[in-house]
Write a protein that binds this ligand. Structure first.
Ligand SMILES: [Zn+2]
Length: 254
């Protein structure tokens, strides 16, 4: 399969320390032509920019994950504003709300999410949204910022998928779609038009079956494309082509 766009990867993660260079150099020959590496805090956002400078097919997003929201100093937005001036920064993310772990207090999660949504609007950049067990509050904030972005690692219902569509957002699917308990996400994928779907790994996490639990990377995305192809009644290559075009359009990448 050729022309895969992985719209959500964390190649700065220490799980890649042993073989990062060899793995990333092998991407083009494995059909992976674009990767958006996603920041989770100030450090990983800078590391994402560093990777984008080293590899022509890597682009990046900068932002603070809800887990890290409580770590932000007064000046974090200023730093992201400066980082976003880099030509390979194509989105603000990942940002959002996570009430499953609650690693940061919810009021601080909401404040930091809202501030970064405002920054994305100011800079005319799309957003990469993380949502876990925080759907009503997430939708409330998205409604105030209708525009461009993707709700990543989607596991919600078909009804929620329709709501996200109405707000103008895309939906990202990864390895979880291949898991045995994925019935709800499969129903959501079925109702979503192909033009609003992105492929993603969330690597090193979320390896698709039959690699579940192992380290994930972008070369496993054909397994997710195959699953989406079955749902849509098209070929896996058609899924890869459509999701690449969607991601290129959303993130303004040629
Ligand atoms: Zn992620």
């Amino acid at each position: 399969m050729q022309g895969i766009f992985d719209s959500h990867a964390h190649y700065d993660d220490k799980k890649f320390d042993g073989d990062r260079g060899a793995l990333l150099r092998s991407m083009p020959e494995n059909g992976v032509c674009r990767i958006l590496n996603i920041g989770c805090d100030l450090t990983s956002s800078q590391q994402s920019i560093d990777l984008a400078e080293q590899y022509d097919f890597i682009y990046c997003a900068v932002g603070t994950h809800p887990h890290e929201a409580k770590m932000m100093s007064r000046f974090y937005l200023e730093i992201y504003r400066e980082m976003a001036a880099h030509p390979k920064v194509k989105a603000i993310g990942e940002i959002g709300l996570d009430y499953h772990y609650d690693f940061s207090p919810r009021d601080i999660q909401k404040k930091v999410f809202d501030e970064q949504m405002a920054l994305a609007r100011e800079l005319s950049l799309p957003v990469v949204i993380h949502e876990r067990e925080a759907l009503p509050d997430t939708l409330e904030i998205l409604k105030r910022y209708p525009g461009a972005g993707v709700v990543h690692c989607f596991s919600g219902s078909a009804e929620t998928a329709r709501e996200i569509l109405r707000l103008g957002y895309h939906v990202g699917f990864g390895g979880a779609l291949t898991f045995k308990n994925a019935r709800r996400a499969l129903e959501a994928a079925a109702v979503l038009p192909l033009e609003r779907i992105l492929l993603e790994t969330d690597c090193p996490y979320m390896a698709p079956e039959p690699h579940r639990g192992k380290r994930n990377d972008s070369t496993l995305l054909p397994l997710v494309a195959q699953k989406l192809a079955e749902i849509k009644g098209i070929t896996a290559q058609e899924v890869v082509d459509a999701t690449r075009e969607n991601a290129c359009r959303l993130f303004g990448i040629a």
